[in-house]
Design a protein around this ligand. Structure first.
Ligand SMILES: Nc1ncnc2c1ncn2[C@@H]1O[C@H](COP(=O)(O)OP(=O)(O)OP(=O)(O)O)[C@@H](O)[C@H]1O
Ligand SMILES: O=P(O)(O)OC[C@H]1O[C@H](OP(=O)(O)OP(=O)(O)O)[C@H](O)[C@@H]1O
Ligand SMILES: [Mg+2]
Length: 292
C-alpha cells in the first residue's frame, strides 16, 4: 500500500519542455492526464503530483518548497537561482545554446567589440556573469521574448538568445558569432533534498530508478541478425559494452542467429562491420527500458 505522501513535480504546462518531460514520466509506467486545463493533478498509479506551470516559475517553486522537483532548462536554473537548487538528473533533451548574434553585416571581431554596445537578452544574469568573467562592459537590455527583433527595432546592437537550428536568427537577418553557454533539460530539487531521507525523497529515489532505465534505453538499440557460425568470435569482439551476444543455432547448417544490445552512437560502425562479416537480415528495434 502507498502512503499518503506524494512527490510534487513541477513541469512546463505548454512549450518546448512539456511534451518530452511528460513522455519520460509516461515511459516510467506512470499514468496521468485527463484535461490539459487541470493545473494540479496526481498520477493514478504512483505517488506523484503534477504542477503544470510556466517554465520561468519552476526554479522558484522548487526553491520555495511549492514543488519538490521540477523539470526545467539549465538556462532557467542558472538565470534564476543556481545556488539554491541541485541538478538531480540531466535529461538530455531540449538541447540549445545561448549565443551572441549580431546583424548579418556587422563587422564582428570578438567579444571585445561588444564593449559599450547594447545587448538585448532574456538572460541578463547569465550574460552579465559571462561578460564580467571575460572583462567586457556592455549595456544589457532585458526583453522577456522575441529578442531577435531588437536590432531591427533599434533597441539594441546585438542580442544574446537561445539558438538551436539557427533558423530564427537567419530569418531575422542575424548572424551567430559567439556561443557562450549550453543547455539541456534537467531535473532539479532543492539543495539537500536528496540527502534528507524523507518519505518524498524515497519516492524520488524510486522515480529516478525508473527514469534512469528509460534514459539508458533511449541510447541503445536491440539488434538481431543471422551470421555464418564461424564469425561468432569476431562479432563478440565488436559487441562492446553489454554482456556477450546471445547466439542461437539456425536450422540451416553453419548459420546462427545473434541478438545483442548496441549503443546508439556506435550503431552504424557496428552495422558496417557486421555486413563485412556476412551478417544477413539485420533487424533493429528500440528498447523501452534497460537496467544496468
Ligand atoms: N530552439 C530551442 N531548441 C531546443 N530547446 C529550446 C529552444 N528554445 C528554448 N529551449 C529550451 O526550452 C525551454 C522552454 O522554452 P519555451 O520557448 O517553451 O519557453 P517559454 O516560451 O518561456 O515558455 P513558458 O510559457 O512556459 O514561459 C527553454 O528555457 C530552453 O531550455
Ligand atoms: O535556432 P532555432 O531553432 O530557430 O530556435 C531558437 C528560438 O527558439 C526559442 O524560441 P521559441 O521558438 O521557443 O519561442 P519563444 O521565444 O516564444 O519562447 C528561442 O528563444 C529562439 O527564438
Ligand atoms: Mg518561459
Amino acid at each position: 500500500m502507498e502512503g499518503t505522501e506524494r512527490l510534487r513535480l513541477a513541469v512546463q504546462k505548454t512549450g518546448r519542455l512539456s511534451e518530452k518531460s511528460l513522455e519520460i514520466i509516461a515511459g516510467c509506467g506512470i499514468s496521468f492526464g485527463s484535461d490539459s486545463r487541470l493545473l494540479k493533478e496526481h498520477a493514478r498509479n504512483f505517488p506523484l503530483e503534477f504542477l503544470f506551470v510556466r517554465d520561468d516559475d519552476i526554479p522558484a517553486y522548487v526553491r520555495d518548497g511549492v514543488a519538490d522537483i521540477g523539470i526545467v532548462g539549465r538556462n532557467e536554473l542558472d538565470e534564476r537561482c543556481p545556488d539554491d537548487l541541485e541538478i538531480v538528473r540531466d535529461l538530455g533533451f531540449a538541447q540549445c545554446r545561448l549565443s551572441v548574434a549580431v546583424p548579418r553585416d556587422f563587422p564582428y571581431g570578438g567579444l571585445q567589440w561588444l564593449a559599450g554596445k547594447r545587448i538585448a537578452t532574456s538572460y541578463p544574469n547569465i550574460l552579465g556573469r559571462i561578460l564580467e568573467e571575460r572583462g567586457v562592459t556592455a549595456k544589457i537590455c532585458y526583453l522577456s521574448g522575441s529578442v531577435e527583433i531588437a536590432p531591427a527595432a533599434g533597441i539594441a546592437d546585438a542580442i544574446c538568445d537561445l539558438v538551436s537550428s539557427g533558423t530564427t536568427l537567419l530569418m531575422n537577418g542575424l548572424r551567430e558569432v559567439e556561443p557562450l553557454y549550453s543547455s539541456t533539460a534537467v531535473m532539479v530539487s532543492r539543495q539537500g533534498f536528496m540527502s534528507e531521507a524523507s518519505p518524498r525523497q524515497v519516492i524520488l529515489e524510486r522515480l529516478l530508478l525508473r527514469i534512469d532505465s528509460v534514459i539508458r534505453a533511449k541510447s541503445y538499440k536491440y539488434i538481431m541478425f543471422n551470421l555464418p557460425a564461424d564469425h561468432v568470435t569476431a562479432v563478440s569482439k565488436i559487441a562492446g559494452g553489454m554482456k556477450s551476444p546471445t547466439v542461437t543455432p539456425l536450422l540451416e547448417e553453419g548459420w546462427v542467429s545473434v541478438q545483442m544490445v548496441v549503443a546508439e552512437d556506435t550503431f552504424w560502425d557496428i552495422f558496417e562491420k557486421l555486413r563485412e562479416l556476412g551478417a544477413q537480415g539485420i533487424l533493429v528495434t528500440p528498447i523501452e527500458k534497460l537496467t544496468e
